[in-house]
Design a protein around this ligand. Structure first.
Ligand code: ZN
Length: 381
């Protein structure tokens, strides 16, 4: 069946304007594994938009050859609300300007609703349990509030993704290498994707905190598996990750095509598309803990004069940058050195060189858990 493109109209909060989501659908529900992909939930993160443009072409070709063996739901953009936020000739993403906070935080946790629905009905048959939990999650999404444009957007996106086997949420950082965020229960699968993407970083957490979209999808499965002591397969049933496609200006057809090819290979590997994906590329990293990511903070405001950038390996105590105080009367006294608190790989850095006190200025993936990193509060605001 050729690709179907559906337009989902969102209720307009503003007289005289409308918004919608565009949904490309390949394959048939129930035929095989379901993959859900969307890009730019934070609105102003562009690389994924071009990656999905290339992937759509590849999937169209595969579809014409009858090679879609599962179901694919692909949204070329996930956040029409954010795409409409402009101030001073600049699109302002990440936060909902009407008070809804970070677009990728505080997603609904469907665990309690699913728990109530399945309690007393689970048995020894893992396949039956998975079916039961999936139905409970679909029902729970159906019960979510759609009052307000942000709630409606969230309930709609989650309604499209919640029954998927694979959920790929495509983002980017400011200046960054590729990196992948995943739950520890899904480490093996996350490493396969990381290798297909050629990512030098895979970050694992047990509970990131903050309620990002990927956790809204995999969280209930991981928690229900533990809560009811179910087969491990349950925790892996919905593989949902955040893929950070480098930095916000790392956008070329060449990079986007390379990433789309990697995602296409991964979809073949998972049996969503038929074909030979070839051998799994060598890993470029070992997985490291999200609570081992050093996130240096600017102690005061000033200009950052960097000595390192994303892609660099650093040692604990290494002099990362100077923070230059623009109010200092004596230039010799203006510089505050900032140091790394772990041995690791710098994978992201703020694009703004003017830091304000309290700003998180870069991210370094280290192998050891850091005392100051707190479970449940591991994501930036
Ligand atoms: Zn993002």
């Amino acid at each position: 069946m050729p690709r179907q493109t559906e337009i989902i109209n969102l209720t307009s909060a503003n007289p005289g304007s409308t918004r919608h989501l565009r949904v490309h659908r390949y394959g048939s529900p129930g035929n095989g594994p379901k993959a859900y992909l969307h890009s730019s939930l934070h609105a102003d993160e562009w690389p994924g938009l071009l990656v999905l443009h290339h992937l759509t072409r590849m999937l169209d070709d595969a579809d014409a050859e009858g090679r879609i063996s599962g179901e694919i739901v692909l949204l070329p953009y996930a956040n029409p609300l954010g795409l409409g936020q402009r101030i001073n000739n600049k699109l302002i993403g990440r936060y909902h300007l009407d008070g809804g906070g970070n677009f990728n935080r505080n997603w609904p946790d469907l665990t309690d609703a699913a728990t109530k629905a399945v309690d007393g009905k689970l048995g020894d048959d893992s396949t039956a349990n998975i079916k039961l939990i999936r139905e409970a999650l679909i029902a729970a999404v159906g019960d979510l509030s759609k009052d307000g444009e942000l709630e409606e957007l969230r309930a709609t996106l989650l309604g499209l993704s919640v029954d998927a086997d694979i959920v790929l949420d495509l983002h980017c950082d400011q200046i960054a290498t590729l990196h992948v965020y995943a739950n520890r229960a899904q480490q093996d699968e996350a490493m396969i994707l990381t290798r297909d993407l050629g990512s030098p970083v895979l970050l694992l957490e047990d509970a990131p905190g903050g309620g990002p979209f990927d956790e809204a999808n995999h969280g209930p499965w991981v928690k229900l598996q533990k809560q009811f002591d179910l087969d491990e397969a349950v925790a892996k049933q919905c593989f949902a990750v955040t893929v950070e496609l480098r930095g916000e200006t790392d956008i070329t057809d060449q990079l986007a095509e390379q990433d789309a090819e990697a995602l296409f290979r991964y979809l073949m590997r998972k049996g969503v598309v038929t074909g030979e994906p070839g051998p799994l590329p060598e890993a470029l990293c070992e997985a490291t803990p999200l609570d081992g990511v050093d996130v240096p903070i600017a102690p005061a405001s000033g200009i950052l004069a960097w000595h390192f950038g994303p892609g660099d390996r650093v040692r604990e105590g290494e002099h990362l940058a100077d923070l230059v105080d623009i109010e200092a009367d004596e230039p010799d006294a203006a510089r505050t050195p900032l140091y790394a608190r772990t041995d690791g790989f710098m994978f992201a850095r703020k694009s703004a060189v003017f830091a304000r006190a309290g700003d998180q200025i870069c991210k370094i993936a280290g192998a050891e858990t850091l005392e100051y990193r707190k479970e449940g509060a591991l994501l930036s605001n």
